[in-house]
Design a protein around this ligand. Sequence first.
Ligand code: SF4
Ligand code: ZN
Length: 284
Amino acid sequence: MEDKFIAQFENGVKETIEKYNLISRNDRVMVACSGGKDSTTTLFLLKKFGYDVEAMTIDLLIGEWSRKNLGNIRSFCSDMGVKLHVISMREEFGCSICYIRSGVQSKVKLGNCAICGVIKRWILNKRARELGATRLATGHNLDDEAETMLMTMFRGKPDIMMNSGPISTGNPDDRFVPRIKPLYFCTNDEIRKYSKKKKFPVLYDPCPCSVGTYRRYVRAMLADIESKTPGAKENIVNNFLKVLPALREYSESSGKVSHCEICDEPCRNKICRRCKLSKIVWDK
Ligand code: SF4
Ligand code: ZN
C-alpha cells in the first residue's frame, strides 16, 4: 500500500503544476540540479508525472562538496534514464566560483550567495535556452521563498521579487526561459521527509559557503517566528502572491529588458549583473 504522506505530497505538487499552468505537455523542461533534496525531488517527480525532462548541473568546483554532489547527480540521472548536462565553471569562466567570489569580495562588500546566485542564474538561463528548453525548473520551496521575500523587504528591494511566484512570467523577453518552481508550496521539512523515505542519494549538509550568510540569519529568525506563529511562512508567501500582479505591472512600466553590452544576454541595465561581477574580478 502506498504511504499516505507520499501520496499527499505528490498530489500537492501535481496541484501546483496544474493550478499555475507550470508545464504543458509540449514543454521541454530542464531541471536545474544541485545534488540537494529539493532539486532531486523536483526531477524525480517531473519524470514520474511523464513530462519531457532533462537535467542540468553546474559544477561550481567547491571542493569535496561539489565532487560528492556531482557523483550523486550522475548516478541518480543514470538510474532514472534522464539526460544530464554538466556545465563546469572551468569551461564557463576558467576558474571556480570561489575564485570569482574572492576577487569580488576583495573589492566590494557582497555576500557569497549573492555572487554565486547571479553567476548560476546567468549560466542556467543561457544554457537552458541554447539546449532548447522551454521551462527551467528549480527546487525552490516554501521556506526559500518566504526567506527571500523577507530579505528583499529588509533590503528595500521588493521589485527583485517580480520574477518570483511559482512561474516567472514577469519577464517580457523570449531570451528568458520561464522558471518554474513545482515545490513552491512544499516546506523544507516535508521535502526532507519525502526525500528520506525515497532514499534519494543526496547530501543533507548545507553548502559550506553558506555559513554566516544573511540568508542563514533570516532562516533562523523565521524559524523562531514560525515556532511562535505557526503558519507564518505560508502566510508570507500567500500574501506576496496577492500583490505579485501589481508588482509585475509596476516593474514592467519602470524599465524595459534590453541586451547586455558585453555578453548580449537579456538584462534591465546596460551591463548585466554577471558581467559587472566579471569586470570587478578581472577589471575588464
Ligand atoms: Fe552558491 Fe550560496 Fe547555493 Fe552555496 S548556498 S551553492 S554559495 S548560492
Ligand atoms: Zn552580460
